[in-house]
Design a protein around this ligand. Structure first.
Ligand SMILES: [Zn+2]
Length: 90
């Protein structure tokens, strides 16, 4: 069973979440080539190491957050996130 550390609700079963994808840097659409834009939309590294991923807590607080997950052993670590819970908020 994989537990994901929701910043607001604490560790929960992965079945409560929706996977939103790997975190990738969006290129500037005013200066990007079609090849670079296609790579941004469709190509991912899929390496056997750590990845930053966005998850949506669809059966809980209904918020997005980012975790670092190892693709082989599914070890998960929370990350500092701009959408993280403010101090003192449940
Ligand atoms: Zn939550």
């Amino acid at each position: 069973m994989l537990l994901l550390p929701c910043p607001w609700c604490g560790p929960r079963n992965v079945s409560e979440f929706g996977y939103s994808g790997e975190v990738v840097t969006r290129p500037d659409p005013r200066s990007v080539t079609l090849t670079q834009w296609r790579a941004y939309l469709y190509l991912r590294d899929n390496r056997a190491d750590w990845a930053s991923e966005r998850w949506f807590h669809r059966m809980g607080c209904r918020r997005y957050f980012t975790v670092r997950r190892h693709r082989l052993n599914h070890e998960v670590h929370p990350t500092p996130d701009d959408g993280a819970a403010p101090k003192g908020q449940p």
